[in-house]
Design a protein around this ligand. Structure first.
Ligand SMILES: Cc1ncc(COP(=O)(O)O)c(C=O)c1O
Length: 255
């Protein structure tokens, strides 16, 4: 891609899109979601990025983009559409059919989420052979080591284990949602392994800092639309219970 070309993505979304655009000296163009978090399809089409990044399900919002809207976007964009499916295992749709149909669609997957193998640092792309061979021209020579390749291939072969893992996260996500709602939090619908929540009283930043002081890390994003919210990754049931105990104490001491 050329210096100054547009890299377009909706906002809020994955924070690294801006960083990777800046590393390439591209021009990051951020299209805001409205307050209902409705996918800004028309504005994304009008922006006509050389590259457009869409996380589906999105982080930190948790919502997936309907396939018909991704299909329209792919058809209307002259540039490349990257559908980042990092959280695909926690939802019941995927964009594989779009990568088969369109010459400009690249799907990104990672083993960090559904497989819980974030430390492996392994992901992959799915696209038409012509696009993959263009990517091969510019990728690092030794991007993936032999151990990650072997472990990753074994993990992908063992779909039964991945399904059990995902089911466990989904059960814990649902329990955590109910526990947080019982504490008065607003919890947004999530198709990821995290929940976007708003505290009944404290500012999100203050709450994030008090939790950090007590050893629990949750994310706060200083981005319009989510600056009053926290993104909480679903932990083990014990970790989630510990978090809820701390939150209860925080709420009681702030009253
Ligand atoms: C939307 C999205 N895409 C990609 C990633 C990258 O994951 P990893 O670098 O662990 O493969 C993340 C991680 O948080 C994410 O939220």
């Amino acid at each position: 891609m050329e210096v100054g070309e547009k890299v377009v993505y909706p906002m809020p979304s994955y924070v690294l899109y801006r960083t990777v655009a800046q590393i390439q000296a591209a021009n990051p163009v951020e299209i805001p979601y409205d307050e209902t978090f409705t996918f800004p399809l028309q504005a994304l089409i009008e922006a006509q990025g050389a590259v457009t990044f869409i996380a589906s399900p999105n982080s930190p919002l948790g919502n997936a983009v309907p396939l018909d809207q991704l299909n329209t976007l792919a058809a209307e964009l002259k540039g490349i559409l990257i559908v980042d499916e990092a959280y695909v295992d926690f939802t019941d749709q995927n964009a594989l059919s779009l990568a088969q149909k369109h010459n400009n669609v690249i799907l990104l997957r990672t083993l960090s989420k559904g497989y819980s193998l974030a430390g492996l640092r392994l992901g992959f792309a799915i696209a038409k052979p012509s696009l993959i061979s263009d990517l091969n021209k510019v990728k690092d020579s030794y991007a993936v080591d032999a151990i990650a390749t072997l472990v990753g291939a074994a993990a992908i072969r063992d779909q039964a284990h991945k399904t059990l893992n995902v089911e466990k996260v989904l059960r814990s996500r649902s329990m955590l949602k109910h526990q947080l709602e019982a504490l008065g939090f607003r919890v947004w619908p999530s198709e990821g392994n995290f929940l976007l929540v708003r505290s009944p009283q404290q500012s999100a930043l203050k709450l994030q800092q008090s939790l950090k002081n007590r050893g629990v890390l949750v994310r706060h994003f200083n981005v319009p639309g989510v600056e009053d919210k926290l993104r909480i990754t679903v932990g083990t049931d014990e970790q989630n219970e510990f978090l809820c105990r701390l939150l209860k104490e925080e709420i009681m001491t702030s009253q």
